[in-house]
Structure formats: structure tokens, C-alpha cells
Design a protein around this ligand. Structure first.
Ligand SMILES: NC(=O)c1ccc[n+]([C@@H]2O[C@H](COP(=O)([O-])OP(=O)(O)OC[C@H]3O[C@@H](n4cnc5c(N)ncnc54)[C@H](O)[C@@H]3O)[C@@H](O)[C@H]2O)c1
Length: 386
């Protein structure tokens, strides 16, 4: 079966790792890229031996089967809708889009046209996510009754050259990094039923210190930067989600789940590998490393990471390869638009509850994605995982 052609829309920071990783994945092939700033797409095209085209030309190309939408969040809806209307499958970066209604519309549009729409984070399909799923499904900690997940830092303006999108409507820590935790939790526990939120904004402006044209400027903050959400899952589990860009340091693990028989520390869902820890009753922690599984081997260091910080598994493109394999086989894919739309509704409901008060019941109902067996995962790597 021929590879499905991928057209990249948006040639900013994250496009680098997608273009670097794509040749290693099975069933997909980058063919063209575009950006509203043509110099960016021309530079990426030259570096990776693909065509630089205009956004309109991209949608007309017969060799583009999948549009990879890696534009800023506020643009996701328009770019993805135009791609679907041009008859292309879509895989996008998180969040699916910003408005809940738009998320539903994208899912409906894809369904009515018989097209696939998928969205990152796809990290739950990585080695660490699959291992956690296996242990939960085996009942290693019994029935999950509660949990806690935490992502806290002091923002993005010290590393991203243009951090403005992080601090306006559609940004903030919950919509930006929350999707990693939401997808990890939905993969382990199933859909969310209702939420409660508390939100605040500690600083009215942020000082950009990252290298780039905005260095030294103070940018406005128009969205909550500390968000505490309580998620009630249809399974009965209650999980608190604490996401903040106002915290200098903390000591919480990324995700802990508390079951009737033990506790599980899930690997950091920002990456595809990692190790997890579980304990039975009051026994000692048992550590299980996912590095020897498909998409678990550490392969990546960010330039800004301090020397002591370990490398991580970064297999961005896994969700596109999984979508492509599903399209080819005619089976459902896992990092789906429906999951992204449900997660968006949960996150926006937490923010709305923080603003207006009260518990909010979610309208959307989804199924937990099927688990991804090791043998199937390995086939998503060109030539099989070795
Ligand atoms: N930067 C990261 O480390 C990172 C990590 C994970 C996910 N993401 C996600 O990836 C997406 C992009 O992030 P980024 O950091 O690369 O942003 P960025 O601002 O660096 O790049 C976005 C690019 O999209 C282009 N663009 C905007 N509107 C467009 C349009 N209508 N058509 C074509 N191009 C358009 C911009 O000119 C820009 O070059 C976001 O959804 C973000 O949440 C980023």
C-alpha cells in the first residue's frame, strides 16, 4: 500500500520535530508545507526536500491525503475545516480548536464526509501510555477511585520566541498542556461526566526573556494562568487537575491514580516513554520502565534543557501514522477528533465553572479508545520497531 501524503500547514517551532520524525514512520510521507509567512515554509521545504506551496495550493494537491495542522490554536478551526471541505483527512496539534461548538462541528464535518480527523496529544499511544493502560486494564491497583495530576511552571516566555498566543483566549496552561493529561486520563479511565473549576491570574503582564523580536517586551495576560479542576469520570473516579504557569517550583508527580488496591504513578504524558511506579496496599513502590517498548527509547533533548535533565522519548507523528493505518484498513483510530472535542469540552467547562461557579455536566459522550497492542504499535515504525 502506498504511503499517504502529508501536507504541513504551519512551519513554526513544532514543525521541526514533525518533519524530522516523519520519514521514520510507516505509511506516511511529507510532500509539501505551507505557512502564511512564506519564508518559513520555503526554509522547511528546502531543509526536508519537499515542496513549499501556498495554503490554497496545498488543498488542491492530489498527493496530499492528510493535512497536518500545526498552526496556533486560534487558527486550528478554520484550517481544519477548510482541509475537510477540500476532502482531506486531518491531524492537528492540540487543542483541537478553541470553542467547544467548533470542535463538535469539525467532528461532524469529518463524519459526514467519511474523513478521519485526529488530534494530538498522541503520547498516550507511546510506550509509557500503553504500559499504564495495560496495568490499569489488568486491575493492578483495583478500581480507580481518585487521582491527581499536576503541571506547574513559570510560563513560556523564557523559551518561546512568540509566547503571545499562550496568554490570550485559547491559551493558558489548561488548553495548552492540559490536553496531554486529559488524553492520558481518558485513555485510562474513559469519558468525563462533569467538572468543577477554580481559576485565577497572578500576573497582568509577562516579561518575554526568550531570544527573538519580542525579547524585553511585556505582553498582556488575558486568560487564567492558574486552574484547578475537579473531573468526575463516568467510571466514578474523581481526579483533580492543577495546571499553572504561576509556580516557580513544586514536587508533585505528573499523574497519580488511587485504586481500591493500590496506587499508580503514570509516566509524564508530555512524552512517549518514561517509567511508572505502582504499589499494592502499603507495599514499597515497584518501578517499571517503558524504554524497551516500541516508541519508548529516549531520542530527544530540547536545547534549553539543563545538562542533568535526562533525554526523553519524543515520537511526534505517531498519531498521524496511527490515523493513516486506520484509514488504510478502514478501522477507527485512537487519537481522534471525538476524543479531542470531548477533552476540549471538559477543559472549557472547567474554565467556565471557574468564572461562573457551579458543577457543569458535559454534553459529549465518547467511548474509551481501544488499547493499542504492542504488535500493532511496532508496525507504525518504518520497517517495524527494532
Ligand atoms: N512549540 C512547541 O513546543 C509545541 C509543543 C507541542 C504542541 N505544540 C502545538 O503546535 C501548534 C503550533 O505551535 P508552534 O509553537 O509551532 O507555534 P508557532 O507560532 O511557532 O508556529 C505556528 C505557525 O503557523 C503559521 N500560521 C498561522 N496561521 C496560519 C494559517 N492560516 N495558514 C498557514 N500557516 C499559519 C504561523 O505563521 C507560524 O509560522 C500549537 O497548536 C501548539 O499548541 C507546540
Amino acid at each position: 500500500m502506498a504511503d499517504l501524503g502529508v501536507g504541513i500547514v504551519g512551519c513554526g517551532v513544532i514543525s521541526g520535530i514533525y518533519l524530522e520524525n516523519m520519514p521514520s514512520f510507516a505509511g506516511i510521507k511529507a510532500v509539501a508545507c505551507t505557512d502564511i509567512i512564506p519564508e518559513r515554509s520555503e526554509a522547511k521545504a528546502k531543509e526536508h526536500g519537499i515542496d513549499a506551496v501556498t495554503p490554497a495550493e496545498m488543498l488542491k494537491r492530489d498527493d496530499v491525503d492528510i493535512i497536518l495542522n500545526i498552526t496556533p490554536p486560534l487558527v486550528h478551526y478554520d484550517v481544519s475545516l477548510a482541509a475537510l471541505q477540500a476532502g482531506k483527512h486531518v491531524f492537528g496539534e492540540k487543542p483541537l480548536c478553541v470553542e467547544v461548538e467548533h470542535g463538535k462541528r469539525l467532528v461532524d464535518e469529518a463524519r459526514s464526509r467519511g474523513l478521519a480527523i485526529g488530534v494530538a496529544p498522541d503520547t498516550f499511544l507511546g510506550a509509557g501510555g500503553r504500559l499504564a493502560r495495560e496495568l490499569i486494564d489488568q486491575g493492578i491497583i483495583g478500581k480507580v477511585i481518585a487521582g491527581s495530576c499536576n503541571l506547574m511552571s513559570h510560563g513560556m516566555e523564557h523559551w518561546h520566541p512568540d509566547p503571545r498566543a499562550f496568554y490570550v483566549h485559547g491559551g493558558g496552561p489548561l488548553l495548552d498542556v492540559g490536553p496531554y493529561y486529559m488524553n492520558a486520563l481518558i485513555n485510562l479511565l474513559g469519558p468525563v461526566e462533569s467538572v468543577v473549576g477554580v481559576t485565577s491570574t497572578a500576573f497582568p503582564t509577562r516579561h518575554v526573556t526568550a531570544e527573538g523580536p519580542l525579547k524585553g517586551q511585556h505582553i498582556p495576560v488575558e486568560t487564567p494562568t492558574t486552574i484547578m479542576g475537579m473531573l468526575h469520570f463516568a467510571s466514578g473516579a474523581d481526579v483533580n487537575v492543577f495546571m499553572s504557569w504561576d509556580v516557580w517550583k513544586h514536587g508533585h508527580p505528573a499523574i497519580e491514580l488511587y485504586g481500591t488496591e493500590g496506587t499508580l504513578r503514570v509516566p509524564d504524558p508530555n512524552f512517549f516513554g518514561g517509567s511508572l511506579q505502582y504499589s499494592k496496599g502499603r507495599d514499597e513502590w515497584i518501578t517499571v520502565d517503558a524504554s524497551d517498548r516500541a516508541f519508548g527509547r529516549p531520542n530527544y533533548r530540547a536545547a534549553m534543557w539543563p545538562a542533568g535533565q535526562p533525554s526523553q522519548a519524543n515520537y511526534r507523528c505517531l498519531g498521524i501514522a496511527e490515523l493513516a493505518a486506520s484509514v488504510t484498513r478502514g478501522t477507527p483510530h485512537r487519537a481522534s477528533g471525538a476524543m479531542g472535542s470531548h477533552s476540549l469540552e471538559a477543559m472549557q467547562s472547567v474554565i467556565r465553572s471557574g468564572r461562573d461557579g457551579g458543577r457543569i455536566a458535559l454534553q459529549s459522550k465518547i467511548d474509551r479508545p481501544a488499547s493499542l497492542p504492542e504488535s500493532e504499535a511496532a508496525l507504525l515504525w518504518e520497517g517495524g520497531w527494532r
